[in-house]
Design a protein around this ligand. Structure first.
Ligand code: IPE
Ligand code: MG
Length: 234
């Protein structure tokens, strides 16, 4: 969800105004994805690197997160949406962490779409922490280095409860992955959208999904193999 600050500044507002608008857009996108029956939606809300922003902006974003969750948790429950997070939750200030915990608890039994917020999240940090926990298992003699596989590695990640993303969308015209799900994006479709996040709307979402559906995903195989596989599955 990129481009809130620039969107606001271009219109003569402060950056905070863009974040407020961005939070509203997030609400509509969540509702639309849930209504369409998408099983998973992950929103990159705040990166490890975002802690380096000016203190007042960080503070504002944490307050916005906390208010947003306080207001939206009951709507998530109503839509049967399970709330999850990935990232270093310990760095989130207490007042916001309480709302995060409340949303986790209150949506625990929801079994519709899984909405994951990446909060204080960095793909490299996630990989390093998985490496540390595997190293500890090896040191304790619970795991042999030669037994480490893709699957065993992925199981140590924060995001172990999520499948790899099929489609990654980034708004605001930047063609960068910026430390998002570096391990998990190996076969993701990437789409970069010129609009800033506050302008992202339902037709942008539907266009992105239509483009995604029109692409053949071969996962390293040939086109003929993939078509045969589809036929075999009927
Ligand atoms: C995305 O908008 C929201 C967060 C990272 C919290 P930005 O704040 O990155 O907006 P720009 O990229 O500066 O315009
Ligand atoms: Mg940005």
């Amino acid at each position: 969800m990129d481009g809130n600050g620039r969107w606001a500044q271009k219109r003569g507002h402060n950056r905070f105004f863009g974040h407020v608008r961005g939070a509203k857009v997030a609400k509509s996108v969540i509702e639309e994805c849930s209504q369409m029956g998408l099983p998973y939606l992950t929103l990159f809300a705040f990166s490890t690197e975002n802690w380096r922003r000016p203190r007042d902006e960080v503070r504002f974003l944490m307050k916005l997160l906390s208010k947003w969750l306080n207001r939206e948790t009951r709507n998530l429950v109503r839509q049967n949406i399970r709330f999850q997070i990935i990232g270093d939750i310990n760095r989130i200030p207490d007042f916001a962490r309480k709302q995060v915990q409340k949303a986790l608890d209150e949506t625990r039994d929801c079994f519709g779409m899984t909405l994951t917020l990446a909060l204080s999240y960095g793909g490299r940090q996630e990989i390093v922490s998985a490496v540390k926990s595997l190293a500890k298992k090896v040191a304790r003699g619970e795991l042999l280095p030669e037994d480490i596989s893709d699957e065993i590695f992925a199981a140590e990640m924060d995001s172990a409860f999520l499948p790899d993303p099929d489609l990654i969308l980034r708004t605001s015209g930047e063609s960068r992955i910026s430390n998002f799900m570096l391990w998990q994006c190996a076969y993701s479709e990437l789409q970069f959208i010129d609009k800033a996040w506050p302008d992202f709307n339902s037709s942008d979402l539907q266009n992105a999904l239509a483009t995604f559906r029109s692409h053949e995903r071969r996962f390293g195989k040939t086109s003929a193999q993939v078509i045969r596989l589809h036929d075999a599955k009927g």
